[in-house]
Design a protein around this ligand. Structure first.
Ligand SMILES: C[S@@+](CC[C@H](N)C(=O)[O-])C[C@H]1O[C@@H](n2cnc3c(N)ncnc32)[C@H](O)[C@@H]1O
Length: 340
């Protein structure tokens, strides 16, 4: 979701729920994994069909009251873990026959609406941005990493063209005072980009996105999540991902392109692969699915959503090394957090 959206307009909507239900067909029963529970919109909709079970994950402990309500309503059919989805296979037994695994990436409206958590540029509170189960916060990143590391984060995860100038100003200003609040950071960006005020988006959007991705290790999480899900799925089971920004979609698109029927050699630097060798999925729809105009009218943040899915074939799992190789620069940047 986008930090520029109005925080007052809407309560909660599950993005592309109808499309997801039509792909996973819960009316025929089965066990489903909701990797990003949030307010539980997908889980609840699936559980409304008899003969279904849902195993759900969310790294944010603040969603517990939603999961508790479902646990009470659907005893024996719903199980929730406050865990990162990258650890999926430590919690789901191998012999459970999963029908579909769903990822609805990014942050929830509840997270951005809570101004104390520092996700929104409207936040005046501490610079935090932790979704949950994090070792460091945005405050640590901006006060402890060096200028060039901060510049790389803004460039790679935010596509921020003024990354160098912002990192320079930040390093200069923090010599006197720590950068404590989201507001402090936004003021630095506004100063650097004072001539860009005509843009429709808030000038801080890209930098805040970059910081959030880094704080939550979102690239590593997504790549590990795709790998863990692929390991777990039996032939015929579905993997669905809803993404919200271009970097997420780039990773998901590459993953399905490389490991599906239309797979092609991922890079000219790799030895030529027998195409048969790397097919793990079939993708009935090659392009992404987007929300309907009607959905966008009701829920404006859904406008940037893209849904992609694949059906696991009977090829034995192998480690998708092309994926980690392709995004190694991003993974390396996230590893800078080891210095924190
Ligand atoms: C867009 S919301 C999901 C909304 C949900 N589909 C619904 O209908 O209510 C994304 C959720 O995923 C969670 N999340 C993000 N990254 C995660 C990760 N690596 N592991 C577990 N949960 C994650 C966030 O905490 C957030 O609650």
């Amino acid at each position: 979701m986008n930090a520029t959206m109005s925080l007052k307009k809407i309560d909660h909507f599950s993005v592309m729920l109808d499309q997801i239900l039509s792909i996973i067909t819960p009316q025929h029963g089965g066990t489903f994994i909701d990797c990003t529970f949030g307010a539980g919109g997908y889980s609840k909709a699936i559980l409304e069909y008899p003969n279904t079970k849902v195993i759900a994950f969310d790294r944010d402990k603040s969603v517990k009251h939603f999961s508790k309500a479902l646990e009470e309503q659907y005893r024996n059919r719903f199980k929730f873990y406050t865990e990162k989805f990258s650890t999926l296979n430590s919690f789901v037994k191998k012999d459970v026959n999963i029908k579909a695994i769903i990822f609805d990436l990014g942050f929830s409206l509840m997270q951005i609406k809570n101004l104390d958590r520092g996700f929104s540029f409207e936040s005046k509170g501490p610079l935090d941005m932790r979704m949950g189960i994090n070792k460091f916060s945005a405050h640590d990143v901006l006060n402890k990493l060096n200028q060039s590391q901060i510049s790389s984060i803004l460039k790679y995860f935010g596509d921020e063209k003024d990354h160098k100038k912002i990192a320079f100003q930040l390093a200069r200003l923090r010599k006197n005072n720590k950068i404590l609040s989201t507001d402090d950071f936004v003021r630095i960006i506004k100063k650097v980009k004072k001539n860009n005020n005509f843009t429709k988006k808030n000038v801080a959007t890209k930098s805040l996105q970059a910081l959030r991705i880094f704080v939550n290790n979102e690239v590593s999480e997504l790549i590990k999540g795709l790998i863990e899900a692929t390991k777990l799925l039996n032939p015929g089971a579905v993997l669905i991902i809803v993404s919200f920004h271009s970097l997420e979609d780039k990773i998901v698109k590459y993953f399905f392109r490389t490991y599906s029927e239309k797979s092609r050699n991922p890079s000219r630097y790799f030895p030529k692969l027998d195409k048969e060798d790397i097919r793990l999925f079939s993708c009935p729809i090659k392009k992404s699915i987007k929300p309907s105009e009607k959905e966008i009218l009701i829920n404006r943040p859904s406008r940037s959503a893209k849904l992609r899915y694949g059906i696991r074939n009977n090829k034995k799992y192998f480690f998708p090394k092309e994926l980690t190789e392709k995004f190694k620069n991003y993974l390396e940047i996230e590893r800078m957090s080891l210095h924190l």
